[in-house]
Design a protein around this ligand. Structure first.
Ligand code: PGA
Length: 244
């Protein structure tokens, strides 16, 4: 169960969040819990979750180890801050910051080289769904991005299916729509990496996940977890998603 805070909260807000969130998830041992705050809050978040099962992730990672890459943050820097996950290829990065399937692959490889677990995002835009291209888009994103990994690397990632039309819009994919997309992604995984790898890969659903729709989404055997934006900002709301 992963939370993506996007560009919200300061370090002080982060501390306040975990003060409320920790007691609410103290006994939540059925899942992994990951919060991905902005880079500037990583250290505060890592400090605030010490002694708990909660893990901290970044929202992006540079593909280079270091160098003249103004505005980028490397895997070593993320590791030094104490984070162990990162989101890669979120649709907002694809839409506003020129992220491509190729750079998604490079960033995913960089995360793995640093020992960070990447949560690799894929998903179709509204016009792609409406024109019947959902599966083709997912296949393209898989083929050009994830399929470039080795088998050993693939075993270490998680995938998030995030239909762009469902992100921040209040329009959740129905559990059936999400499960169909997850099946399409898993079929790609099977073809490229074999049945065992396809069975083991964790595919999260993201897009307007809320406390009141988590249970039906998680009821789909294809859905292994959720990546939550807006509803992860509030400790009570995200705790009730975790404890669905
Ligand atoms: P949302 O965002 O839950 O606010 O729709 C999900 C995401 O972008 O990861």
């Amino acid at each position: 169960m992963a939370g993506n805070w996007k560009m919200y909260k300061t370090p002080a807000d982060t501390i306040a969040f975990f003060e409320k969130f920790r007691p609410l998830t103290e006994r939540s041992e059925h899942c992994e819990i990951v919060i991905c705050p902005p880079f500037t809050n990583l250290a505060a978040a890592v400090d605030a979750v010490k002694g708990s099962r909660i893990r901290v992730g970044a929202q992006n990672i540079a593909w280079a180890r270091e160098g003249a890459f103004t505005g980028e943050i490397s895997g070593a820097m993320i590791v030094a801050a104490g984070a162990t996950y990162t989101i890669v290829g979120h649709s907002e990065r694809r839409q506003y910051f020129g992220e491509t399937d190729e750079t998604v692959l490079k960033r995913t490889q960089a995360a793995l080289h640093s020992g960070i677990t990447p949560i690799v995002c894929v998903g179709e835009r509204l016009e792609e769904r409406e024109s019947g291209h959902t599966e083709a888009v997912l296949i393209r994103q898989f083929q050009n991005g994830i399929a470039g990994l080795t088998e050993a690397q693939f075993a270490k990632i998680a995938i998030a299916y995030e239909p762009v039309w469902a992100i921040g819009t209040g329009k959740t994919a129905t559990p059936e729509i999400a499960a169909d997309a997850h099946r399409a992604i898993r079929a790609q995984a099977r073809e490229k990496f074999g049945p065992q790898a396809a069975e083991a890969i964790r595919i999260l659903y993201g897009g307007s996940v809320k406390p009141d729709n988590t249970r039906v989404l998680m009821g789909q055997p294809e859905i292994d977890g959720v990546l939550v934006g807006g509803a992860s900002l509030d400790p009570v709301s995200f705790a009730s998603i975790v404890n669905f």
